[in-house]
Design a protein around this ligand. Structure first.
Ligand code: TMP
Length: 211
């Protein structure tokens, strides 16, 4: 990798399921492209052929919480090697739908995986690399759950995480908010319960500042 100043920007998107993150991801990519950036839009778990196979297991198969954390980092290791680091070295903007903050919030906050173990895995797999900017899409859990219920009613099969109880989502949300409060330089929290046009206006202002 080239020096930090020469490399591209690493932007991650986070939030609880049903926070509306995916609704905005394509628009953010288009906006960055229109600003003249080469954008690599990718996601976790996933982003590589092996990572997508691990995603299939993670979203469907029952497993211990520790296995879940280990597989998230296994997929991330592949993703960093084959997609994220090469793109940043080229000077591209990497727009990644979820990264290690999701492991802290879901496996740590939601499922109670030991924080020391998550910290050790993070240090091992990408101790030298953190996102430059993280957009946290925040909504009250009642709103996210109502959105998920509407998807389920419309016939979409919910995955293993989306089927979790309300208390789980509340722990995940609080996990995200705590991380944002602890690192205000990196995080930008977006109130995703507001109307689409308001959210886009806020996102446009953030993107103008960061990329
Ligand atoms: P997505 O639906 O936003 O693509 O994310 C898939 C699910 O994976 C979502 O419920 C959150 C979960 N997840 C974790 O639990 N830990 C992680 O480290 C990542 C990247 C995702």
């Amino acid at each position: 990798m080239t020096t930090r100043d020469a490399r591209g920007r690493f932007i991650t998107l986070e939030g609880i399921d049903g926070a509306g993150k995916s609704t905005h991801a394509a628009w953010i990519a288009q906006t960055l492209t229109a600003r003249g950036h080469a954008v690599v839009a990718t996601r976790e778990p996933g982003g590589t052929p092996l990572g997508e196979r691990l995603r299939g297991l993670l979203l469907q198969e029952p497993m211990t919480h520790d296995t879940e954390a280990l597989l998230m980092f296994a997929a991330r290791r592949e993703h960093l090697e084959h997609v994220i680091r090469p793109a940043l070295a080229r000077g591209d903007v990497v727009l990644c739908d979820r990264f290690t903050d999701a492991t802290w919030a879901y496996q740590g906050g939601g499922h109670g995986v030991d924080r020391g173990r998550i910290a050790a895995l993070e240090d091992w797999i990408h101790g030298d690399l953190q996102p430059d900017v993280t957009l946290l899409f925040d909504v009250p859990t009642e709103i996210s759950r109502a959105r998920l219920a509407r998807s389920a009613q419309a016939g979409r099969a919910l995955d293993r995480f989306e089927r979790e109880q309300a208390a789980f989502f509340e722990r995940v949300r609080q996990g995200y908010l705590a991380r944002a409060a602890a690192d205000p330089r990196r995080f930008r929290t977006v109130d995703s319960s507001r109307p689409l046009t308001d959210v886009r206006e806020h996102l446009a202002a953030i993107l103008a500042e960061v990329a």
